[in-house]
Design a binder for this molecule. Sequence first.
Ligand SMILES: Nc1ncnc2c1ncn2[C@@H]1O[C@H](COP(=O)(O)OP(=O)(O)OP(=O)(O)O)[C@@H](O)[C@H]1O
Length: 248
Amino acid sequence: MARSTSQLYLDGVSVSFDGFKAINDLSLTIDPGEMRAIIGPNGAGKTTMMDIITGKTRPDAGEVFFNGVIDLTGEDEASIAELGIGRKFQKPTVFESHTVWDNLELSLKAPRGPFATLFHVITGAEKKRIEELLELIRLGEKRDELAANLSHGQKQWLEIGMLLAQDPKLLLVDEPAAGMTDAETAETAELLKEIAKDHSVVVVEHDMDFVRSLGVKVTVLHEGSVLAEGSLDHVSADERVVEVYLGR
Ligand SMILES: Nc1ncnc2c1ncn2[C@@H]1O[C@H](COP(=O)(O)OP(=O)(O)OP(=O)(O)O)[C@@H](O)[C@H]1O
């Protein structure tokens, strides 16, 4: 697909650590409003790819564009977040000693330095947005609960809600189902599908049942580049994918 109409565009991206090519001529395009699952063995370069997109790691070569025109290799982490790329790390990082509601309120995108945050009076529109987020992340009943008292899965959902409060265009989600109960995993797939109705989403995941339930195009990474791409059935039928990953 053309760069100009893409949400995220990587072309010929490489990065080495001490001479080892963690990302090797990687090319990948995500459409606006697309959800994509990224799978691949340990060390395939999934985390490094996310680090490059979010400005944590600079590529040695290649192009990385957001919204078709914004060269991310020229931006730092803070400005990339500001541009509308949200990243959810594997481990939830919510404010444990605050309530669910306050976690969301503190995350809302608003023009606020330290003083604005301290003296900010929440508007009706902001309250409505928090209500919407609470419903989406299945925590309406837990709004007054301290985040510390949530289950692992609920903390993951809260953090996803906190990212959404920033109004990102693209959400990068690293192994959301890890450590979740089966019921939470199934609910997380539904949640991501709802989010993908109006965001682009990139999900890295090892749980193949979870990936199947997302029902989206899958990219298999291996040794820093794309080994296969297509539906889960398509890539699962690829002998090379079975050999390096699925057959293990
Ligand atoms: N900062 C770094 N310095 C040196 N080597 C690194 C660095 N970051 C990543 N690597 C190496 O690059 C390779 C790719 O790692 P990466 O973490 O991106 O893989 P991954 O696909 O995310 O794996 P996993 O599924 O285990 O999370 C690995 O061999 C890793 O050891």
